[in-house]
Design a protein around this ligand. Structure first.
Ligand code: 5AD
Ligand code: SF4
Length: 362
């Protein structure tokens, strides 16, 4: 029986039949099967299988990443995002290299194995400044470094890889060309895909992702997005629900749905064994507890923010982002406790992708 009480329609019924007959490879879900699962035809099967797959890949470990959101300046104008250039009500900030290093020192002191450096598309930080930062972090700490710095030039990406960066995140948000252009008027669809492929060729562990329930996104578009995302053989895959931000052109649109986002991460888990899939903070901004729940539905990564408290609330991509009072150490403790409450283990290791054999530059 499906969650809405109707008998499962053909694709899913077939899927289950095959499973009992031969050993089903959920990594090869078809478009029709993905669509049926997205529409909630068999949440119980989907979430159970995704959880089993996550456990078999990661042995109940949840990888922790410390994220430093070091600048909220952005030259882009994505219609869904509170940091878009046209939003004049944002208090913009840029951390100095020293301030970034202080946050990284805290992350290392707490024993985390990965730092994520993220900003808007802010080209004020020169290629050399970022290279020096990467080298300094590697000099000081045994940390994996993930960069999430947007559409920088190919030569710059190469230089950062050579400086020792391990991973790069570049989210498409959707693989539907028309929806992409509508939502991201200043970004170039083909260039972004080409960048992802280039990042992979440089040996970065490469990540991308989608926003579920973006205004204009149908289940059909989402099913194609999942297929395209999975075809790219990425090391990191993210999805999180759309949340309407008051100072954007999409202010009046309805918020996304946590369950839909959970279905997407569960399907991504089945289709991408060994990949790292974060439980995104937008889930919690939408619905208390939804991020934790995602850890039992295919996700295996949590990324607490270590952006200094005097600026973190200004990294206001969507409402509810980075709202917090208590210090980093306490928040980390709480997250570890939540992970334990679900019978999982908070892991302080580097947490490399298990998808491709990885060669560190250091
Ligand atoms: N709702 C949900 N996620 C959003 N992001 C940006 N704006 C929103 C929004 N309104 C996500 C994008 C971006 C990441 C930093 O935050 O996926 O890559
Ligand atoms: Fe800038 Fe990223 Fe926001 Fe787009 S989603 S406006 S690129 S910060």
């Amino acid at each position: 029986m499906s969650s809405n009480g109707a008998p499962p329609s053909k694709p899913l019924a077939l899927l289950k039949q095959q499973e009992s007959i031969s050993s089903l490879k959920p990594s090869q879900l078809t478009y029709a099967e993905i669509l049926a699962l997205l529409q909630g035809q068999d949440d119980e099967w989907l979430f159970n299988r995704a959880n089993l797959a996550t456990e078999s890949d990661f042995n109940k470990q949840v990888y922790l990443r410390g994220i430093v959101e070091f600048s909220n300046h952005c030259r882009n104008n994505c219609n869904y995002c509170g940091l878009r250039a046209d939003n004049r009500s944002v208090k913009r900030y840029r951390l100095s290299i020293e301030e970034i290093l202080n946050a990284v020192d805290t992350i290392a002191a707490l024993g985390l194995g990965t730092v994520v450096l993220q900003s808007g598309d802010d080209f004020k930080y020169s290629v050399n400044a970022i290279s020096t930062l990467i080298a300094e972090i590697k000099q000081r700490h045994n940390l994996a470094i993930t960069l999430s710095l947007g559409d920088r030039k190919l030569e710059e990406l190469k230089q950062w890889r050579e400086a020792g960066a391990d991973r790069y995140l570049l989210k498409m948000e959707t693989f539907d060309r028309a929806l992409f252009s509508r939502c991201r008027p200043k970004a170039n669809f083909d260039d972004r895909i080409a960048r992802l492929i280039y990042l992979q060729s440089l040996g970065f562990q490469t990540g991308s992702g989608i926003i579920t329930d973006l205004p204009g996104m149908t289940d059909e578009i989402l099913a194609h997005d999942i297929q395209r995302l999975s075809e790219m053989q990425l090391d990191m895959l993210a999805c999180g629900p759309f949340i309407a931000h008051a100072q954007t052109p999409l202010a009046q649109e309805p918020n996304g749905n946590a369950l839909k986002s959970h279905r997407v991460s569960a399907i991504l888990r089945l289709m991408n064994p060994g990949a790292n899939i974060p439980a995104t903070s937008s889930l919690d901004a939408l619905e208390a507890g939804a991020r934790e729940q995602a850890l039992k539905r295919g996700c295996n990564v949590v990324m607490p923010s270590f952006t200094p408290t005097n600026v973190c609330a200004d990294y206001n991509i969507y409402p509810g982002k980075n709202l917090r009072q208590n210090p980093a150490t306490e928040r980390l403790k709480q997250i570890c406790q939540q992970i334990q409450n679900h019978g999982l283990i908070a892991s302080f290791s580097r947490g490399d992708s298990k998808r491709t054999p990885y060669v560190s530059r250091h």
